[in-house]
Design a protein around this ligand. Structure first.
Ligand code: ADP
Ligand code: ZN
Length: 634
C-alpha cells in the first residue's frame, strides 16, 4: 500500500507544481483588462486598428499615433453581444478576427488527460506492489524450506573429529527426546558455534546432527541475509524463526555467520554495515526470545571467530563453542576410510600410509584427494586406485598442476636445478629436519621448482633447532646459485620471504633470542586463515635491536648453508646434473646419488668432479626415470 500512497502523493505534488507554473506564466503574460465602458469610450475617441474575438472576450489593439507620446496599446475586454457591434466596427474600418472559442475543449481535454494519468499511476503502482510481494514471498519461501540433504548424513560420515562429536552428542540426545530434558528442568544451549578453518567439516557436522536426530534442518549462509536494502535481512531472520518455531524441534544452521555477526565496533556507518547490524540485532532478539521449551537449536559456523561480535557469545546465545581443527594423522586415516569406501582401491593399498603422506590436510582436502586419485586411475584405464594415483593426486593438490607448456631456457633450467639441489642437500645434511620427499624442477602452480619435505608425524610445537634448520634449508637455494654461478637470481624470492617470516617470529613472538629475551614484540590478529601481525609499540632502540637480531639470524643461516654446500660441492654438481635430465627425484634416488658421489669422491679424492652421471647406480635411476616420464629432454 505504501507504494501506491507514495506514488499518488508524488503525482498530486507534480500537478500542483504544474498548475502553479501555469498560473505564474499567465499572470506574467496577461494583457491589461478594461471595462466595457472604457472600451466604448475608446471606440468613439481613439484609433482602434484590430479586434480579435474569442467568444465574448475581445483583444483590442490601438494603432500607434504619429507622435512618440502615443505608442499603440492592447488590452482585453468583455463584450456582451459582439454581433451588435459589427456594423459600427465595419464603419470605422477596424480589422475583425473571429477565433473559435476553444478554451472549453482544452479544459475538457486537460481534465481527461489528468484522469488517465491518475489511473495509470494507480495501475502501475498496484502491479509493482504485487510483483514485490511475490518476490519477497519467493525469497522467504526459498529460505525457510528445510534442507533435505541431511537425510543421508549421519555421524558415521563424520570422521577424525571425535572431540567435537562427543560435545555434540548431548544436543542430539536433546533433539531426539526434548521432553526428557524439559522434565527435569535441564537447559540445553540454544546456540552452538562451530569454529575452525575452512574444509574441516563444520557444515557436515551440523547436517549430521540433524540427520542423527531426525529433525528438520534449516540451512543458509550469513551472506543470504546481507541485502541491498536495510531491513530485508532482519525481516528474513524473523520469518525464519517464525517458521522454525512452527516445526520445532529443529535445527537452524547459519554458515559463515561472520557475514552478519562481524564485530560492530568498527564504527563505519555505511548502509551495508547498518543492514548487517540490524540483521544481527534481529538474530539476537530472536535467540533471546525463544525459550528452551521451543526446542530450536541454532548452529552457526565461522572460520573467523576473531572478528565475531562479542554479543553473540553471551549466555543464552551461542554459549557453546566447539573448535574444529584439521585432523591429526589418525583422524586423516579415518576420514580417508570414510571417503575411500566410495571408490575401488587396489588390494595392497595402505590408507594409513597415505594419511601420513598428507600432513595438514583438512577433511575437504582429503575428500578431494580421494576423488583426484580415482580420476587419475580412471584416466590411466586402471581397474582400481593404487598408491601412485594417490601420490600424483597429492602432488597435484599440494603443488598445483604441472605447467608442461612452460618453456625455459637451458640456462634457467640449470640454475633452477642447482637451486633445488641446494635445498635438498641441506635438508638431508641437517639433523632434526623433516625427511626429503621430492625434488622437482618441473614448474607447478606458481613455483618454478620445489624441494619437498614430509613430516613423519604432525608437529604441534617447533624447537629452536628445527626452526633454524628450516631457515638454513630455505637459504640453500640461493647459496647454491651463489656458489655455482657467483650470481643471484629472483628465484629465491619466496624462500627469502619465508625465512624472514620465521626469523621474525622466532625473535618477536616466540622469545627465542638471547638479546631480546622472552618477550613478545608482535601480536597476531589473525583467525584460522592466517593474517597480518602487528608490531607492538616499542622504543626506537628496541626496534633497531630487533632488526639487527633478525639480520644476524638470517645471515648466520645463509653462511651455514654456504658452508655446507661448499663442502659438498661435488654432490651439488652431480645432483644438479642428474636433476636436469630426470626433472624429478625422490628420496631413494637422492640416496643412491649421494652414496655414489661419496664413493667417487673417496676413490678419486677429487672434490668437484661430475662423475656420477656415469656411475651405474645413478645411471639406472636416470634411465628408470626417463622411461617413466615421457616428455624427455635427453
Ligand atoms: P566447512 O563447512 O568446515 O568449510 P564442509 O563441512 O563443507 O567444511 O566440508 C566439505 C567436505 O569435506 C564435506 O562435504 C566432506 O565431504 C569433507 N569433510 C570435511 N571434514 C570431514 C570429516 N571430518 N569427515 C569426513 N568428511 C569430511
Ligand atoms: Zn627455493
Amino acid at each position: 500500500m505504501a507504494i501506491l500512497a507514495r506514488n499518488l502523493f508524488i503525482f498530486f505534488l507534480f500537478t500542483l507544481f504544474a498548475g502553479g507554473c501555469y498560473l505564474v506564466w499567465t499572470i506574467e503574460h496577461r494583457l491589461p483588462e478594461r471595462t466595457y465602458t472604457e472600451f466604448l469610450y475608446c471606440l468613439s475617441h481613439h484609433d482602434i486598428s484590430d479586434m480579435t474575438f474569442t467568444g465574448n472576450r475581445v483583444v483590442v489593439s490601438h494603432r500607434a499615433g504619429e507622435t512618440s507620446t502615443n505608442p499603440g496599446f492592447t488590452y482585453v475586454t468583455t463584450v456582451p453581444k459582439p454581433e451588435e457591434l459589427i456594423a459600427e466596427l465595419q464603419d470605422k474600418n477596424i480589422r475583425i478576427v473571429f477565433n473559435k472559442d476553444r478554451s472549453e475543449i482544452i479544459l475538457q481535454g486537460l481534465a481527461l488527460l489528468y484522469v488517465i494519468l491518475l489511473i495509470l499511476v494507480i495501475v502501475l503502482s498496484l502491479g509493482r506492489m504485487k510483483r514485490e510481494e511475490k518476490e519477497s514471498k519467493f525469497a522467504t519461501d526459498k529460505l525457510i524450506l528445510p534442507d533435505d540433504g541431511h537425510k543421508i548424513v549421519t555421524f558415521k560420515d563424520v570422521a577424525g573429529i571425535p572431540e567435537a562429536l562427543e560435545e555434540l552428542q548431548e544436543i542430539v540426545a536433546f533433539l531426539k527426546n526434548p521432553a526428557q530434558f524439559n522434565q527435569v528442568g535441564a537447559t540445553i544451549p540454544k546456540g552452538v558455534l562451530l569454529q575452525g578453518p575452512p574444509g574441516t567439516g563444520k557444515t557436515l557436522l551440523a547436517r549430521a546432527i540433524a540427520g542423527e536426530s531426525g529433525v528438520p534442518f534449516y540451512s543458509f549462509s550469513g551472506s543470504d541475509f546481507v541485502e541491498m536494502f536495510v531491513g530485508v535481512g532482519a525481516s528474513r531472520v524473523r520469518d525464519l524463526f517464525k517458521e522454525a518455531k512452527k516445526n520445532a524441534p529443529c535445527i537452524v544452521f547459519i554458515d559463515e555467520i561472520d557475514a552478519v555477526g562481524g564485530s560492530r565496533s568498527g564504527g563505519a556507518s555505511a548502509s551495508g554495515s547498518d543492514e548487517r547490524s540490524q540483521t544481527l540485532n534481529a538474530l539476537l532478539v530472536e535467540m533471546d526470545g525463544f525459550g528452551t521449551s521451543d526446542n530450536i537449536i541454532v548452529i552457526a559456523a565461522t572460520n573467523r571467530p576473531d572478528i565475531l561480535d562479542s554479543a553473540l557469545r553471551r549466555p543464552g546465545r551461542f554459549d557453546r563453542q566447539v573448535n574444529i581443527l584439521p585432523p591429526d594423522v589418525k583422524g586423516r586415516q579415518q576420514i580417508l576410510h570414510v571417503h575411500a569406501a566410495k571408490i575401488k582401491l587396489a588390494p595392497d593399498l595402505d590408507l594409513d600410509q597415505i594419511a601420513q603422506m598428507c600432513p595438514g590436510f583438512t577433511g575437504a582436502e582429503l575428500a578431494n584427494l580421494v576423488n583426484e586419485a580415482a580420476l587419475m586411475a580412471a584416466r590411466g584405464n586402471k581397474q582400481s586406485v593404487d598408491l601412485t594415483d594417490f601420490e600424483l593426486a597429492r602432488d597435484r593438490i599440494m603443488m598445483g598442476v604441472e605447467r608442461k607448456g612452460m618453456i625455459m631456457t637451458e640456462q634457467d633450467r640449470t640454475i633452477l636445478a642447482y637451486h633445488e639441489a641446494g635445498h635438498a642437500i641441506i635438508a638431508k645434511s641437517l639433523p632434526d629436519a623433516d625427511p626429503l620427499h621430492k625434488i622437482t624442477i618441473i614448474p607447478r602452480g606458481r613455483a618454478l621448482g620445489q624441494t619437498q619435505q614430509l613430516a613423519l608425524f604432525d608437529r604441534h610445537a617447533y624447537s629452536y633447532l628445527y626452526l633454524k634448520n628450516r631457515i638454513t634449508i630455505l637459504m640453500g637455494g640461493r647459496a647454491a646459485e651463489d656458489i655455482a654461478f657467483k650470481q643471484r637470481s629472483t628465484g629465491a624470492q619466496g624462500d627469502i620471504l619465508q625465512a624472514t617470516e620465521i626469523a621474525t617470529n622466532m625473535i618477536c613472538k616466540w622469545g627465542m633470542n638471547e638479546a631480546m629475551g622472552p618477550q613478545a614484540f608482535i601480536i597476531d590478529d589473525s583467525g584460522f586463515l592466517g593474517g597480518s601481525s602487528q608490531r607492538l609499540p616499542m622504543a626506537d632502540e628496541t626496534a633497531r635491536t630487533i632488526d639487527r637480531e633478525i639480520k644476524i639470524l638470517l645471515t648466520t643461516c645463509y653462511e651455514d648453508a654456504v658452508a655446507i654446500l661448499s663442502q659438498k660441492f661435488y654432490l651439488l654438481k652431480n645432483l644438479a646434473g642428474i636433476l636436469i635430465q630426470t626433472e624429478t627425484l625422490d628420496n631413494e634416488e637422492f640416496d643412491i646419488i649421494l652414496a655414489c658421489s661419496e664413493k667417487k669422491k673417496a676413490e678419486d679424492n677429487i672434490s668437484d668432479k661430475n662423475e656420477c652421471i656415469s656411475c651405474p647406480a645413478a645411471q639406472s635411476c636416470i634411465h628408470s626415470k626417463i622411461k617413466k616420464s615421457t616428455p624427455c629432454i635427453l
